[in-house]
Design a protein around this ligand. Sequence first.
Ligand code: GLP
Length: 284
Amino acid sequence: MNARVRPRTPARRASARSTRYLQPCVLHVHKDYEAMSRAAADRIVEAVKAKPDALLGLGTGATPERLYALLVERRRAARSLFARARFVQLDEWGGLARGDRATCAMYLRTRLIEPLGVDSRRFLAWDSRSPDPSDECARVAAWLKEQGPMDICVLGLGRNGHLGFNEPADALQPGAHVTELSPATLHHSMLHAAKGVVQYGLTLGVADIMHSREIVLLVSGAAKAAQLRRAFLGGVTAQCPASILRLHSALSVFCDRAAVGLGAATGCQEVSSRSRNGERNGRK
Ligand code: GLP
């Protein structure tokens, strides 16, 4: 099933001035996590076939795990897939030892980078324990300036609305930066197995993300429903960094029914007509 969902009335109630710049909010809602992951994998494979040396930005966390496993499966069936693709890690837990299994770098290496046979020249990983985190940000920024922009950025949605480690704040930062992590973020499941203590976050900034030619946002499970509503039905605000994605012209939101709370009063409705995004990305 691949329904498309759009907000019902709240966006329309806003003034013409505030809505004029917003892209229509279209969510590709799949029946469950597996179907959502498969649809996102289809889109990424399609994009890499069209541009074999595409640069992919990679988020971590529980949500993209199945997507990454599916990409590895796809490559097993077509060995040349991803042979030229390049990858950049979205964010990292600062302060953990480089080999700590809880780091985002290890997560990506074990689930995607090594199984795809990608060598270090095609994968930019953050150093979780750089002696100077600001230098580390400058290194990542320089790499992205040379190799970027990203062609597709794969994102998850933080439970507090964060994107990468761009946490809710009064102002958002454009480029790679060191960030203070919120208590909620420090309770993330990735850290349950951490050997060390996280001291800060390292992340690409919102301009890096927004300059990606295409964005794939994955949202799964009822625990994300409130933030998904806030991001796509509330105002565009630095207090909910994910809301800024609505200003991107090539955003695909892949989610499951639990995340949109279909059947509950979400302010969303299924629609049958195809939107601009739906025509491009909603193929089955
Ligand atoms: C961590 C990651 C983010 C990710 C978020 C969501 O904060 N650093 O990149 O988007 O988790 O994680 P989950 O999918 O486990 O909810």
